[in-house]
Every structure is written in structure tokens, then in C-alpha cells.
Design a protein around this ligand. Structure first.
Ligand SMILES: Cc1cc2nc3c(=O)[nH]c(=O)nc-3n(C[C@H](O)[C@H](O)[C@H](O)COP(=O)(O)OP(=O)(O)OC[C@H]3O[C@@H](n4cnc5c(N)ncnc54)[C@H](O)[C@@H]3O)c2cc1C
Length: 379
């Protein structure tokens, strides 16, 4: 039997983290699952990201709760799926007093429960690479995990095939998706239910449905740096600029004073949507980013001026000579500008769902979103 001659309980379009998460949630319920993707191997946002499963900093409410659940799922499957957890936790550095005030306000919220304020003198415990004596403090969160996405996503797909007999049909374009049938470049496929997880492709499938959400795309610059050495104690690091982007901090009243100061002192960074995330890889390199430029069709160019802004913020946080840049890439993700539209689930008809992560949080929230969608679809 070929993959196209069988019928499935669920067909998933898209083998990024969103599609794989739905395949996992359905397979765990014993469903026969097919995943179809037009590319030969993972190539979208899901392998271009930091692999940073971020909890602290996510918007209070559903997004934070989904991130908390999703990190649990990553940890549940990591060993069996042979996906190394490269780092845990998050250190959000406050370079300014206003940023420390945001941390103090965050710690007063429910989301701050297991997090703590780190005084500058204690920062040495998180590695000797930081400009600790120049900071006003930091927030340590224990919740986060980091995977190496470019390896973790293929590994997750392979494990879904081995462990749950999920079928993968790659290099296959889906032209239409209406249960109980998919029309693909390899012919029709029968499936009782269909979930479309197209990433930032709003035009190939159900374009008329997606048009109502006012979606655009966000382009990000990413760098891999090779410092002379990286202290193995270093958790993922963010800084002040992240506190006016990540809604879990940015929506706190205390963030307003920080925003005013950053707009006065780091206008260029803000205009390019630059903030700092630095995560460590097993080979001693750091994945560092990023920037945010919005357009329906982002241009493919990556001006070095934007990279220089990222490296400038890096140099204010990390001590030592500026490291060699060993790799550069860009990524894009689906984006909805409304702050209450971090993801969307559209239900055009019975048995069909379209799921998009519209806020750059897919590594952090997809597993939980998928559990909710699969429960609603099959219960
Ligand atoms: C640079 C960068 C950094 C990021 N950092 C983080 C981070 O640290 N933490 C975090 O939580 N999130 C992060 N994100 C966001 C996260 O990566 C995305 O939200 C997530 O990867 C989206 O997953 P997806 O499966 O929806 O999309 P994708 O990974 O883009 O997958 C969509 C798939 O659908 C397929 N497809 C689409 N249409 C069709 C069709 N008609 N037929 C067949 N196949 C089709 C495509 O080929 C593609 O493989 C980052 C994103 C970027 C770009």
C-alpha cells in the first residue's frame, strides 16, 4: 500500500512544529495520522528559530499557560525522541534601573511565582561571560528549555514515524483540503479530519478564510557567533529591549518608563525591532538575534546594519571581544498585529481546522495548542 492509497483519521498539512504537534496529539490518542509537506525536509520558521521554549515573558493568560504546558511536553518526549535539551531557564538582564523595576513588577504577578530577582553580585553564578557589574540586576526563570531546532524538528518527525507510525509524505503540495479529501500533487488522499498548519503561507489553502484575519509576515535576522569560550552555566539570555517586546513584561504598567528611556537611547534598535536573545549550542557557539520587519512579502535581503544593531546589544551584555559571526540567516513567520491575536484556529467546516501561530511563539506554544485543537476535534 502506498501512503496515498490508504485512508487516515487525520491528515495534517505542514510538517513544521505546529503540524508535528498536532500529529503527536492525535497519535497519542491512537489516531492514524498522515503529515503532508511540500518541502523535502523542514525548511520553515520551525528550524530557523532559537529553539527557545519561552514561558516567562509570554503574555499573561492563555499564551503563558500554553507555554507552560508546551515545555512540559518537550520534556516528556525529549528522551524517547532523542532530542537533547541543550539549556534550561532564562536570565533576563536589566541593564537599566527602569528594567529592574519591570522585573520587580513581574515578580508581583502570578507568573513570577517560581522566578527570582538576581542581584548583580550573584550573576557570576550564571557564567563569567556577562558584564555583571554594569547591570541593575536580572530575572531568573527556571521554566524554559532550549532545543537545537534544526536537529530537533527532523528528529521529532522521525520519532513520530517510528513510535506512532505517523506517515510522512514529503515533496507533496496540497492543492485543496476539505474532509474527507485532500487533493495533492501526488493525487487525492482520504482523511476523516484535516488540520492545515501552513506557517506563513496564507495563499495556497483557504486563502479566503485567512483573508479575514489581516495577516502579514515578519522577517527576522539571526546570527551564530563563536566566542572564544562560553561558560557552560550560561542560561538563555535576554535584555532590556526584550522587556518592551515580550507582552508578559511589556503589558505591565512599569514597562512604560522603560519604553520611554529605550526610545530615547536605542531608537535605531527599536525601529529595526531589535532585541537580544542569546542561546548556547552544544558546540560552544551562540545563536543570537533578532530583528523584526513586517511586510506581506518580506524582501529576501539581510543588511549588515541590522546585524550590527544586534551585535551592539550583545556587546553591552557580554564581556570580551566581539566574537566571529560564523553563520547568518533570515526567517519569516505569520504575524497578526492585534495583541489579542497570538494564534488562530479557524473552523471552515466540520472536521477541518486551520491553525496558525501569529506571534512568533510556535516553539513555545504549539504542543498545548495542538492538544486543545485535537481534543475539540475528536472528543
Ligand atoms: C528567526 C525566528 C526565530 C524564532 N524564535 C522563536 C523562539 O525562540 N521561540 C518560539 O517559540 N518561537 C520562535 N519563532 C516562531 C516559531 O518558529 C514559529 O511560530 C513556528 O515555527 C511556526 O511553525 P509552523 O509549523 O506554523 O510553520 P513552519 O515551520 O513555517 O511550517 C509550515 C510548513 O507548512 C508547509 N506548507 C504550507 N503550505 C503547504 C501546502 N499547501 N502543501 C504542503 N505543505 C505546505 C511548509 O512547507 C512548511 O514546512 C521564531 C521564528 C523565527 C522565524
Amino acid at each position: 500500500m502506498t501512503p496515498t492509497s490508504q485512508s487516515y483519521d487525520l491528515a495534517v498539512v505542514g510538517a513544521g512544529i505546529c503540524g508535528l504537534a498536532h500529529a503527536l496529539a492525535a497519535a497519542r490518542r491512537g489516531k492514524r495520522v498522515l503529515v503532508v509537506d511540500r518541502d523535502a525536509q523542514a525548511n520553515g520558521a520551525s528550524i530557523r528559530n532559537f529553539g527557545f521554549i519561552t514561558v516567562t515573558g509570554q503574555q499573561a493568560g492563555a499564551c503563558w499557560r500554553r507555554a507552560k504546558r508546551s515545555v512540559e511536553v518537550w520534556l516528556e518526549i525529549a528522551e524517547a525522541a532523542k532530542i537533547p535539551i541543550v539549556q534550561r531557564g532564562l536570565l533576563t538582564i536589566a541593564r537599566r534601573a527602569e528594567a529592574r523595576a519591570v522585573i520587580e513588577a513581574f515578580l508581583q504577578t502570578d507568573m513570577g511565582a517560581e522566578c527570582r530577582l538576581v542581584e548583580p553580585r550573584e550573576l557570576i553564578n550564571y557564567g563569567s561571560d556577562l558584564r555583571s557589574d554594569e547591570f541593575a540586576g536580572a530575572l531568573y526563570s527556571p521554566h524554559e528549555a532550549r532545543v537545537e531546532s534544526r536537529e530537533a524538528i527532523p528528529q521529532l518527525a522521525a520519532w513520530l514515524g517510528e513510535r506512532f507510525q505517523v506517515t510522512f509524505l514529503r515533496e507533496t503540495m496540497v492543492h485543496s483540503a476539505s474532509p474527507p479529501r485532500l487533493e495533492t500533487s501526488r493525487g487525492p488522499i482520504e482523511a476523516e479530519a484535516i488540520i492545515v498548519c501552513p506557517g506563513d503561507d496564507f495563499s495556497s489553502l483557504h486563502a479566503e478564510r485567512l483573508a479575514q484575519y489581516g495577516l502579514t509576515r515578519c522577517k527576522l535576522h539571526m546570527l551564530r557567533l563563536r566566542p572564544q569560550r562560553v561558560d557552560e552555566r550560561l542560561p538563555p539570555v535576554m535584555s532590556d529591549l526584550g522587556m518592551i517586546r515580550y507582552l508578559g513584561y511589556a503589558e505591565l504598567p512599569a514597562a512604560q518608563a522603560l519604553r520611554v528611556r529605550l526610545e530615547a537611547e536605542q531608537r535605531e534598535h527599536i525601529d529595526a525591532g531589535v532585541h537580544l536573545i542569546a542561546v548556547r549550542s552544544a558546540d560552544g557557539t551562540l545563536v543570537v538575534g533578532d530583528s523584526h520587519h513586517y511586510a506581506a512579502t518580506p524582501d529576501p535581503f539581510a543588511p549588515t546594519a541590522v546585524d550590527d544593531l544586534i551585535l551592539d546589544e550583545y556587546s553591552h551584555v557580554f564581556a570580551g571581544a566581539r566574537p566571529q559571526v560564523v553563520e547568518r540567516w533570515i526567517g519569516t513567520y505569520a504575524y497578526a498585529s492585534a495583541s489579542d491575536r497570538l494564534m488562530l484556529v479557524d473552523a471552515p467546516c466540520e472536521g477541518l481546522r486551520i491553525v496558525l501561530i501569529t506571534s512568533g511563539t510556535g516553539a513555545s506554544t504549539s504542543f498545548a495548542i495542538a492538544e486543545e485543537v485535537i481534543a475539540e476535534l475528536f472528543d
